[in-house]
Design a protein around this ligand. Structure first.
Ligand SMILES: NC(=O)c1ccc[n+]([C@@H]2O[C@H](COP(=O)([O-])OP(=O)(O)OC[C@H]3O[C@@H](n4cnc5c(N)ncnc54)[C@H](OP(=O)(O)O)[C@@H]3O)[C@@H](O)[C@H]2O)c1
Length: 443
């Protein structure tokens, strides 16, 4: 079993280390638990955030480095395992989830099995991880769902050789699961932002503050019917989901009056409004076209400008805000900033501090997918929430290949080496994962 470990102090430093399966899997599975082998996981800029915020937001709690790892990698203060979204196969169970069940959820970047202590929750087929060690994680990261079942041959149970489990899944299914796993972790963010934070029907769907907590967020804050929305790092998967949900809105009743997408690769985004047949005016521009972009916004005469930052490069956000403030018409227009993500790179300690400071000085409002999801579930029910989201997801998935044709699955294998997670992590740290790369790893 191989484990990818990352230095908590400097996320650029990482290593692959080995775990002895027989000593690691010695413990008998406790009640209400499953043993799961990660099957297929995905990496994107999102995983850099899990490492960067690992202490503060408790992502390092998900899978602490096992004591059985060789030194120094078994030191939980210095080393962590970055969690990743994907599918895992249940190989042993003391719950009513049968072995052979494939779960969607949060896994280690490792080929080791993990044990989860699960309680059933609503709706049927959903489970909550309830281990004491994971209680400070946000709820979304403790949520697992049953997806499909496969048959595991007896010989595999006898030898406990979990290394070839992905070969039990037929190729078409693996392709489908891979495609889904590239988008599913962040798709929900775009959906929640558009549908609930910028709700167009406050009586039916009350406006939810971007953090999802009980802070003021009025109908006026949520109303973007007369706003221009600016998306920075618009080619990220999260931003593309957001754009899709914007383009599905009714241009007249819900707005916005324009969507500006700012990206290093604007040409990838230009055809999407036409493909979706939206009436919302849209423009895709490069980071070097700030002046032109501001003019375009000005011509739409918005009543407000909402900048959603998915991780714009360099000083893009500051340049935009300065440009808007200096514009003859826009200077009087209310401008708000919703902070969703960060650049694809490892931030130095000084940069992290500067980012935190800028939240205050620039009046940014942080968005939190988990918090917003929790708030909706308390207003309605988990079943209503998932039923609604499923309908919209099905619609998105049916057009996904058409609206993100540039994103190709880059299927790697295992933990170490050129085709493994190790290389993927190096590329992410250096900002070298191309816009069109959907990194998926068969474990
Ligand atoms: N707050 C939340 O609840 C929440 C939820 C989901 C995701 N997020 C965050 O949103 C961000 C985007 O995540 P993702 O997984 O969607 O990202 P992704 O698909 O990996 O997107 C990467 C994009 O980042 C941009 N980029 C910025 N600086 C770059 C650099 N130095 N090198 C390469 N690309 C760079 C590029 O877009 P352009 O060329 O268009 O600039 C690129 O397409 C992450 O920070 C993630 O943690 C937050």
């Amino acid at each position: 079993m191989k484990v990818h470990v990352v230095s908590k102090v400097d996320n650029n430093i990482h290593a692959v280390t080995r775990l002895d399966q027989s000593s690691y899997e010695q413990q008998i599975l406790l009640a209400s638990s499953v043993r799961v082998q990660p099957l297929l996981i995905t990496l994107s800029s999102n995983n850099l955030s899990y490492a960067r915020g690992g202490d503060l937001l408790r992502w390092w709690d998900t899978y602490p480095v096992p004591a059985e790892l060789p030194q120094p990698y078994n030191d939980q203060k210095s080393w962590g395992i970055v969690p990743a979204w994907g599918y895992g196969l249940v190989v042993e169970s003391t719950t009513n989830i049968a072995p052979g069940t494939i779960l969607w959820g949060f896994w280690p970047t490792a080929s080791m099995t993990v044990t989860l202590k699960l309680e059933p929750c609503e709706p049927k087929g959903f489970w909550t991880e309830v281990s004491e060690s994971r209680q400070r994680l946000m709820t979304i990261y403790n949520s697992y769902s049953e997806e499909l079942k496969i048959k595991i041959p007896e010989s595999i149970f006898e030898t406990r050789d979990w290394t070839k489990l992905s070969s039990l899944v037929d190729e078409d299914t693996l392709k489908r699961l891979s495609w889904i796993s590239v988008f599913r972790p962040t798709w929900q963010t775009g959906y929640l932002l558009s549908r609930h934070t910028f709700t167009s029907n406050p009586t039916v769907r009350p406006p939810i503050h971007p953090l999802g907590i009980n802070l003021p967020w009025t109908g006026a804050d949520a109303d973007i019917s007369a706003a221009v929305v600016v998306s920075l790092a618009a080619s990220s998967k999260t931003a593309r989901s957001f754009a899709y949900h914007m383009f599905r809105r009714d241009a007249v009743k819900e707005g916005p009056v324009g969507l500006l997408q700012v990206s290093q690769r604007p040409e990838l985004l230009e055809s999407v409004p036409g493909k979706l047949g939206t009436a919302i005016p849209a423009k895709a521009m490069g980071y070097d076209q700030v002046g032109e972009s501001i003019e375009w916004i000005g011509r739409l005469r918005p009543k407000k400008v909402v900048v959603v930052d998915f991780g714009g490069r360099g000083g893009a956000l500051v340049q935009f805000i300065e440009g808007i403030r200096a514009h003859s018409i826009l200077t009087e227009v209310k401008t708000s900033i919703i902070q969703v993500g960060s650049e694809q790179k490892v931030y130095s300690a000084d940069e992290i501090t500067a980012n935190r400071d800028s939240m205050k000085t620039m009046g940014k409002i942080q968005f939190n997918t988990s918090g917003v999801r929790d708030a909706i579930i308390t207003h309605t029910t988990a079943k209503d929430f998932y039923d609604q989201a499923q309908l919209v997801w099905d619609d998105w998935i049916s057009v996904s290949h058409d609206i993100v044709p540039d994103i190709q699955l880059m299927v790697g294998h295992g933990v170490g080496g050129e085709r493994g997670i190790e290389k993927g992590w190096s590329k992410l740290c250096q900002g070298m994962v191309g816009t069109g790369e959907g990194l998926v790893y068969m474990m």
